[in-house]
Design a binder for this molecule. Structure first.
Ligand code: GTP
Length: 201
Protein backbone atom coordinates (compact mmCIF):
# COMPACT_ATOMS: atom_id res chain seq x y z
CA UNK A 1 0.00 0.00 0.00
CA UNK A 2 1.30 3.42 -0.92
CA UNK A 3 1.85 5.82 1.94
CA UNK A 4 1.75 8.75 -0.47
CA UNK A 5 -0.73 11.31 0.81
CA UNK A 6 -2.46 13.33 -1.84
CA UNK A 7 -1.84 16.66 -0.15
CA UNK A 8 1.89 15.95 -0.06
CA UNK A 9 2.17 15.44 -3.81
CA UNK A 10 3.69 18.18 -5.92
CA UNK A 11 1.20 19.58 -8.38
CA UNK A 12 -2.07 19.38 -6.48
CA UNK A 13 -2.15 22.61 -4.56
CA UNK A 14 1.28 22.52 -2.96
CA UNK A 15 4.09 24.73 -4.16
CA UNK A 16 5.92 22.87 -6.94
CA UNK A 17 9.53 22.07 -6.12
CA UNK A 18 12.10 22.18 -8.94
CA UNK A 19 13.68 18.84 -9.76
CA UNK A 20 17.23 20.03 -9.08
CA UNK A 21 16.24 21.05 -5.55
CA UNK A 22 14.68 17.62 -4.92
CA UNK A 23 17.75 15.94 -6.37
CA UNK A 24 19.99 17.87 -4.00
CA UNK A 25 18.00 16.52 -1.06
CA UNK A 26 18.11 12.98 -2.48
CA UNK A 27 21.90 13.36 -2.66
CA UNK A 28 21.96 14.40 1.00
CA UNK A 29 19.80 11.42 1.99
CA UNK A 30 22.16 9.09 0.11
CA UNK A 31 25.17 10.74 1.73
CA UNK A 32 23.56 10.33 5.15
CA UNK A 33 23.34 6.60 4.44
CA UNK A 34 19.74 5.97 3.36
CA UNK A 35 18.01 5.11 0.09
CA UNK A 36 15.94 8.05 -1.26
CA UNK A 37 13.92 5.66 -3.46
CA UNK A 38 12.49 3.64 -0.57
CA UNK A 39 8.78 4.21 -0.01
CA UNK A 40 9.01 6.30 3.14
CA UNK A 41 11.42 8.74 1.54
CA UNK A 42 9.95 9.26 -1.92
CA UNK A 43 8.02 12.43 -1.00
CA UNK A 44 10.64 13.63 1.47
CA UNK A 45 12.72 15.78 -0.92
CA UNK A 46 9.68 17.88 -1.90
CA UNK A 47 8.53 18.12 1.72
CA UNK A 48 11.97 19.15 2.94
CA UNK A 49 12.27 21.75 0.19
CA UNK A 50 8.88 23.30 1.08
CA UNK A 51 9.78 23.23 4.76
CA UNK A 52 12.97 25.17 3.98
CA UNK A 53 11.02 27.72 1.96
CA UNK A 54 8.87 28.17 5.07
CA UNK A 55 11.82 28.38 7.49
CA UNK A 56 13.36 31.00 5.20
CA UNK A 57 10.22 33.01 4.46
CA UNK A 58 11.99 36.12 5.69
CA UNK A 59 13.84 36.37 2.39
CA UNK A 60 10.50 37.08 0.71
CA UNK A 61 9.84 40.20 2.75
CA UNK A 62 11.32 43.48 3.83
CA UNK A 63 10.61 43.59 7.60
CA UNK A 64 10.71 47.40 7.49
CA UNK A 65 7.29 47.52 5.87
CA UNK A 66 5.74 46.29 9.13
CA UNK A 67 6.70 49.58 10.77
CA UNK A 68 5.22 51.83 8.09
CA UNK A 69 1.84 52.16 9.85
CA UNK A 70 2.33 54.31 12.91
CA UNK A 71 -0.03 55.92 15.42
CA UNK A 72 0.60 59.59 16.16
CA UNK A 73 -2.17 59.84 18.79
CA UNK A 74 -0.18 58.53 21.73
CA UNK A 75 -1.73 60.71 24.45
CA UNK A 76 1.60 62.18 25.40
CA UNK A 77 3.00 58.72 26.14
CA UNK A 78 6.80 58.93 26.10
CA UNK A 79 7.85 56.05 28.32
CA UNK A 80 9.22 52.62 27.45
CA UNK A 81 7.18 50.34 25.20
CA UNK A 82 8.27 46.76 25.70
CA UNK A 83 7.20 43.49 24.13
CA UNK A 84 8.79 40.57 25.91
CA UNK A 85 8.91 36.78 25.78
CA UNK A 86 8.32 36.76 22.04
CA UNK A 87 9.03 33.21 20.93
CA UNK A 88 10.81 32.77 17.62
CA UNK A 89 12.56 30.21 15.52
CA UNK A 90 15.49 30.69 13.20
CA UNK A 91 18.27 28.60 11.66
CA UNK A 92 21.97 29.12 12.09
CA UNK A 93 23.95 29.85 8.98
CA UNK A 94 26.75 27.52 10.05
CA UNK A 95 24.88 24.21 10.26
CA UNK A 96 21.37 25.24 9.17
CA UNK A 97 20.22 23.87 12.53
CA UNK A 98 17.35 25.37 14.52
CA UNK A 99 17.81 28.33 16.82
CA UNK A 100 14.87 28.47 19.23
CA UNK A 101 14.41 31.29 21.65
CA UNK A 102 12.61 34.34 22.83
CA UNK A 103 13.15 38.03 22.34
CA UNK A 104 12.44 41.20 24.24
CA UNK A 105 12.08 44.35 22.14
CA UNK A 106 11.74 47.82 23.64
CA UNK A 107 11.78 51.36 22.38
CA UNK A 108 11.33 54.84 23.75
CA UNK A 109 8.90 56.56 21.38
CA UNK A 110 9.14 60.13 20.24
CA UNK A 111 5.81 61.20 18.72
CA UNK A 112 4.72 57.91 17.22
CA UNK A 113 4.15 54.32 18.23
CA UNK A 114 3.56 51.21 16.23
CA UNK A 115 1.08 48.34 16.68
CA UNK A 116 2.79 45.89 19.05
CA UNK A 117 2.29 42.89 16.77
CA UNK A 118 4.53 44.68 14.28
CA UNK A 119 7.54 44.31 16.57
CA UNK A 120 7.05 40.54 16.52
CA UNK A 121 6.62 40.67 12.74
CA UNK A 122 9.95 42.46 12.39
CA UNK A 123 11.60 39.82 14.57
CA UNK A 124 10.16 36.95 12.52
CA UNK A 125 11.05 38.69 9.25
CA UNK A 126 14.73 38.62 10.19
CA UNK A 127 14.60 35.31 12.08
CA UNK A 128 13.17 33.37 9.14
CA UNK A 129 16.51 33.45 7.38
CA UNK A 130 19.87 31.79 7.88
CA UNK A 131 21.24 33.73 10.79
CA UNK A 132 23.68 34.16 13.58
CA UNK A 133 22.11 35.40 16.78
CA UNK A 134 24.27 38.52 16.96
CA UNK A 135 23.20 39.70 13.51
CA UNK A 136 19.53 38.90 14.17
CA UNK A 137 19.65 41.01 17.34
CA UNK A 138 21.36 43.90 15.57
CA UNK A 139 19.06 43.82 12.54
CA UNK A 140 15.88 44.00 14.63
CA UNK A 141 17.26 46.94 16.64
CA UNK A 142 18.54 48.77 13.55
CA UNK A 143 15.22 48.37 11.75
CA UNK A 144 13.26 49.93 14.63
CA UNK A 145 15.86 52.66 15.04
CA UNK A 146 15.72 53.69 11.38
CA UNK A 147 11.98 53.35 10.85
CA UNK A 148 10.54 54.81 14.07
CA UNK A 149 13.30 57.28 14.99
CA UNK A 150 12.77 56.56 18.70
CA UNK A 151 14.90 57.98 21.49
CA UNK A 152 16.10 54.51 22.35
CA UNK A 153 15.90 50.87 21.24
CA UNK A 154 16.83 47.74 23.16
CA UNK A 155 16.67 44.19 21.88
CA UNK A 156 17.65 41.18 23.96
CA UNK A 157 17.51 37.68 22.54
CA UNK A 158 17.96 34.47 24.48
CA UNK A 159 18.11 31.27 22.46
CA UNK A 160 19.33 27.73 22.33
CA UNK A 161 21.17 26.41 19.30
CA UNK A 162 20.51 22.88 18.07
CA UNK A 163 23.96 22.88 16.48
CA UNK A 164 25.29 22.78 20.04
CA UNK A 165 22.69 20.47 21.60
CA UNK A 166 21.99 17.92 18.84
CA UNK A 167 25.45 17.59 17.32
CA UNK A 168 29.05 18.72 17.77
CA UNK A 169 29.73 19.51 21.39
CA UNK A 170 26.28 17.99 22.29
CA UNK A 171 25.76 20.22 25.27
CA UNK A 172 22.16 20.65 26.41
CA UNK A 173 20.48 23.49 28.22
CA UNK A 174 22.76 26.25 27.02
CA UNK A 175 21.20 29.66 26.49
CA UNK A 176 22.96 32.30 24.41
CA UNK A 177 22.05 35.88 25.29
CA UNK A 178 22.69 38.81 22.94
CA UNK A 179 21.70 42.42 23.25
CA UNK A 180 21.74 45.56 21.15
CA UNK A 181 20.97 48.87 22.81
CA UNK A 182 20.84 52.17 20.96
CA UNK A 183 20.18 55.82 21.69
CA UNK A 184 19.29 56.73 25.26
CA UNK A 185 19.40 53.09 26.34
CA UNK A 186 23.06 53.13 25.40
CA UNK A 187 24.10 56.60 26.53
CA UNK A 188 22.15 56.83 29.78
CA UNK A 189 22.93 54.05 32.23
CA UNK A 190 19.73 54.59 34.24
CA UNK A 191 17.55 54.16 31.13
CA UNK A 192 19.56 51.10 30.21
CA UNK A 193 19.13 49.61 33.69
CA UNK A 194 15.41 50.39 33.66
CA UNK A 195 14.74 48.69 30.36
CA UNK A 196 16.87 45.64 31.16
CA UNK A 197 15.07 45.32 34.51
CA UNK A 198 11.67 45.51 32.81
CA UNK A 199 12.86 42.82 30.43
CA UNK A 200 13.83 40.67 33.40
CA UNK A 201 17.63 40.94 33.07
N1 GTP B 1 28.61 33.45 17.55
C1 GTP B 1 27.74 32.56 17.08
N2 GTP B 1 28.15 31.32 16.84
C2 GTP B 1 27.24 30.44 16.37
C3 GTP B 1 25.91 30.76 16.16
N3 GTP B 1 25.27 29.64 15.72
C4 GTP B 1 26.21 28.68 15.66
N4 GTP B 1 27.41 29.14 16.06
C5 GTP B 1 28.73 28.51 16.18
O1 GTP B 1 29.40 28.56 14.95
C6 GTP B 1 30.57 27.78 15.09
C7 GTP B 1 31.00 27.18 13.78
O2 GTP B 1 32.26 26.64 14.05
P1 GTP B 1 33.09 25.71 13.05
O3 GTP B 1 34.33 25.30 13.75
O4 GTP B 1 33.21 26.40 11.74
O5 GTP B 1 32.11 24.49 12.80
P2 GTP B 1 32.11 23.04 13.51
O6 GTP B 1 33.39 22.34 13.22
O7 GTP B 1 30.87 22.34 13.08
O8 GTP B 1 32.06 23.43 15.06
P3 GTP B 1 31.41 22.69 16.31
O9 GTP B 1 30.01 23.17 16.43
O10 GTP B 1 32.25 23.13 17.48
O11 GTP B 1 31.48 21.20 16.05
C8 GTP B 1 30.25 26.78 16.19
O12 GTP B 1 31.06 27.10 17.30
C9 GTP B 1 28.77 27.06 16.52
O13 GTP B 1 28.47 26.79 17.87
C10 GTP B 1 25.51 32.09 16.43
O14 GTP B 1 24.35 32.49 16.26
N5 GTP B 1 26.45 32.95 16.89
Amino acid sequence: MSCKHEEETVGNGKMPVPEDVQEAIRTLIRWAGDDPTREGLTDTPARVARAWKEYCQGYEEDPRVHLSRVFHEVGGYDEIVLLKDIPFQSHCEHHMAPIIGKAAIAYLPTDKVVGISKLARVLHGYARRLQIQERLTAEVAQCIWEELHPRGVAVVIEASHACMSARGVRTQGVGMVTSRVMGLFRSDHRSREEVLKLMGY
